[in-house]
Design a protein around this ligand. Structure first.
Ligand code: 5GP
Ligand code: MN
Length: 333
């Protein structure tokens, strides 16, 4: 199938054609779509002869390290370039871009490629934002396909296919969530045909937890608390403190998988996962099944995200944060 002309996408392609040096980056607390889309774009840009840096001031979660082995990740202070384009991928909010302010400010052009509903296109000069897309990997895929059609060449190789398949899988809950569209399956088909290593990716993403992760999960599930909304639907919350992570030697970026347990309970409409990043700083993940737009709740706390998956931060103790967010979630029913 031929790619479509999409004005925003074609401005990104023009910017890629017109420039030689690129910084690819994404949001704090990297996930599969973050690393997959950034490194998929990284490989594509290198293939067409561009100089590319992967800049990210955060740790890559252990289940995603396999994707980033062949690409050197640098931190903002290590970037030594004067004239570059910054590509911010999968980032709906300027505050969450995981580089220093200098790296953002010194870019000659800033480009945002993203699928968050809460992204108001206010922090980059060029924007390709489609909140209907399953993942940012799907937008990167559209760009690479479109560029290939324009040049009558196929740029997707096994490496790009595997990187993009990873983000497609994680952001669709491996093709379960409502964000999974017919186009997601079409993309998966093409990536598999191009050699995406699905079995390896699935094992790395979903079948490589450490025994200590399960011990922490046990403690986390013991904090489960359930509240009933006025319409009889349920709200579930789970908390993980720094002490719990320390006890089991599990890192802050390695526990995002726990979020789904809050939502996967019968009759639960909204799941809340609270994790303590630092004393007094609580990162909150919100998930919903059918009716509640959790991005609207997250935005009340300067966060954002998607209708069914969003996040924010509350600066308080974990106990207070749980009370505050639960009360706000119950008000949304
Ligand atoms: P998670 O709960 O997995 O951290 O995030 C769910 C979704 O909401 C992701 O798409 C993520 O990028 C977005 N998100 C999480 N936290 C924030 C936040 O503090 N601000 C914004 N704008 N988006 C967030
Ligand atoms: Mn994403």
């Amino acid at each position: 199938m031929k790619s479509k002309f999409i004005p925003q996408m074609d401005s990104v392609i023009k910017c890629i054609e017109d420039n030689d040096v690129f910084v690819v980056t994404s949001h704090v607390s990297p996930d599969g779509d973050n690393i997959g889309s950034t490194l998929g774009m990284h490989r594509f840009l290198e293939k067409i002869g561009k100089k590319v840096y992967h800049v990210l001031d955060d740790d890559i979660p252990s289940n995603l390290v396999f994707l980033s082995k062949e690409v050197e990740k640098i931190t903002s202070t290590e970037l030594n370039e004067e004239n570059y384009v910054m590509l911010a991928l999968d980032c709906g909010d300027e505050k969450r871009i995981c580089t220093s302010d200098d790296v953002k400010r010194n870019a000659s052009v800033r480009v945002c490629i993203d699928h968050h509903a809460s992204n108001d296109a206010s922090f980059c000069e060029i924007n390709y934002i489609d909140s209907k897309a399953s993942s940012t990997c799907e937008l990167v895929y559209n760009i690479i396909r479109r560029y290939g059609d324009l040049k009558s060449e196929d740029y997707i190789d096994e490496v790009i296919a595997s990187r993009l398949y990873t983000g497609l899988s994680t952001d669709t809950g491996n093709f379960q969530y409502s964000s999974t569209a017919p186009s997601s399956f079409e993309m998966a088909k093409v990536l598999l045909e191009h050699g995406a290593e699905r079995d390896m990716i699935i094992q790395k993403l979903y079948q490589s937890n450490s025994p200590n992760y399960y011990r922490l999960l046990g403690d986390a599930l013991n904090t489960l608390s359930i509240a009933e909304a006025p319409n009889g639907q349920l709200v579930a919350s789970i908390c993980v403190s720094i002490d719990m992570m320390k006890k089991h030697s599990i890192g802050y970026n390695d526990i995002d998988g726990i979020t789904t347990y809050t939502r996967d309970i019968e009759n639960v409409e909204v799941g809340i996962f609270l994790k303590e990043k630092r004393k007094g700083e609580i990162k909150i993940s919100l998930r919903s099944k059918n009716d509640i737009d959790v991005s609207k709740i997250a935005m009340q706390f300067n966060g954002g995200g998607h209708v069914r998956a969003a996040g924010c931060t509350i600066n308080d103790t974990i106990e207070n944060a749980e009370k505050i967010i639960k009360e706000r979630v119950l008000r949304a029913f």
